[in-house]
Design a protein around this ligand. Structure first.
Ligand SMILES: *[C@@H]1O[C@H](CO)[C@@H](O)[C@H](O)[C@H]1NC(C)=O
Ligand SMILES: *[C@@H]1O[C@H](CO)[C@@H](O)[C@H](O)[C@H]1NC(C)=O
Ligand SMILES: *[C@@H]1O[C@H](CO)[C@@H](O)[C@H](O)[C@H]1NC(C)=O
Length: 357
């Protein structure tokens, strides 16, 4: 168990950044975050239902925002944001993934082997919260806390595992055993004090670039389900823009149409946004209406798309699934080579783009 762990770890070693020399071993998870203090933490929750059944969940968090998930079946890291990889190379990330895979497998094996000695009584739950903090961009501390059945069990203090106050003889036994494995302690210390702050700094830089970016919307029109005899529901789709604030209005010339209804601004998988704005009109009044979009990415050049000026494009059905951060775009009928997409590539040629050509 230990050998592959150590070998994998060789590929992970980062030389401490010059600034880590001053790193303080501040114990405990980050408390109320001050403005310039931010943490990266890995959370693990492992359930042991009986001698043969165990399940572990893992996740990564920057402050209160989840940035990473762990797929226990595939043994892979899920990157929840475009910037979740920070500035680490694919090779680095793969090494970390391999290490985590070994860790999760080894954790279950070792816990089972020691369950009796540690007085772990089935069914039981073990949790780990481990990570590092940066203050004003500099590493300012690490933490590693373990819990049994939802209560503090142990933590890493300086160079050794210490039982939590009031955790009793069980915690003392676990720490006594853990403290014998010096190699594991060295690995944990190095990951938390060297790798973690560099990863976090890279993520913060990438996120900042990402969150500050301007992305132009794509705009297209479609017909919604008819609201009644002789009436039309005009739908204006505004998609893929960033940042979130946007102004969209159905217009007749320069006159805003008061019946304009605005949906919720929904997230796309890539961190951009989608908005649907509708207008219920008598069919004979549809001609001459247009959808107008103002957005910070357009530099004052509003997008204006006229209803029925040209032959309508494909009818679009857009399903945005906020819970899963996914999106499906499907078009019905012959369109402009539309494709389903859930990534950042601009594979949909929109009415707006056609008009701008
Ligand atoms: C162990 O726990 C799992 C999950 O609760 C259950 O499905 C399984 O039947 C249990 N096995 C034994 C041998 O009790
Ligand atoms: C990532 O960026 C951080 C902060 O700029 C830096 O300290 C670190 O060395 C970088 N890591 C890699 C692997 O490039
Ligand atoms: C993104 O979508 C395009 C077009 O649908 C596809 O060719 C490409 O492989 C996708 N990229 C990723 C990373 O999934």
């Amino acid at each position: 168990m230990l050998l592959p762990l150590l070998l994998t770890f060789q590929g992970l070693l980062l030389h401490p950044a010059a600034s880590t020399g001053a790193s303080a071993w501040a114990p405990g998870p980050p408390g109320a975050a001050t403005e310039d203090r931010v943490s990266f933490r890995l959370l693990q929750a492992s359930s042991f239902a009986n001698r043969s059944w165990a399940h572990s969940q893992g996740s990564g968090w920057v402050g209160e925002l989840q940035t990473h998930g762990w797929d226990p079946a595939l043994g892979t890291i899920r990157f929840l944001w475009p910037w979740s990889q920070g500035n680490f190379s694919m090779q680095m990330l793969e090494n970390i993934q391999n290490l985590l895979r070994l860790y999760f497998r080894g954790f279950t094996i070792e816990v089972r082997a020691f369950a009796q000695e540690f007085q772990f009584e089935y069914p039981f739950e073990l949790q780990v919260s481990a990570g590092c903090t940066l203050r004003a961009g500099k590493p300012s501390g690490i933490f590693f806390n373990g819990a049994y059945q939802g209560s503090d069990l142990l933590s890493l203090q300086g160079n050794s595992w210490q039982p939590s106050p009031g955790a009793g003889s069980r915690a003392q036994k676990v720490c006594a055993v853990l403290n014998r494995y010096r190699d594991i302690k060295e690995i944990v210390l190095s990951l938390l004090s060297n790798t973690c702050p560099q990863f976090l700094a890279g993520i913060l830089a990438a996120a900042q670039a990402e969150l500050g970016r301007l992305v132009k919307p794509e705009v297209w029109l479609s017909r919604g389900p008819s609201p009644g005899p002789g009436r039309l529901l005009l739908v204006c789709h505004v998609s893929g823009f960033h940042p979130k604030p946007v102004w969209v209005m159905w217009m007749r010339g320069e006159r805003e149409q008061r019946g304009t209804r605005r949906g919720d601004v929904l997230p796309h998988a890539d961190g951009t946004w989608y908005l649907r704005v509708t207008l219920d009109v008598a069919a004979r009044e549809a001609a001459g209406l247009s959808c107008r979009v103002k957005h910070s990415s357009l530099g004052g050049h509003d997008i204006v798309i006229h209803w029925g000026e040209k032959e309508l494009g494909p009818r679009w059905e857009v399903t945005v699934i906020p819970g899963s951060w996914g999106r499906r775009v499907r078009c019905v009928g012959d369109g402009w080579g539309c494709q389903a997409h859930g990534n950042r590539s601009r594979s949909i040629q929109t009415r707006a783009e056609k008009d701008r050509c």
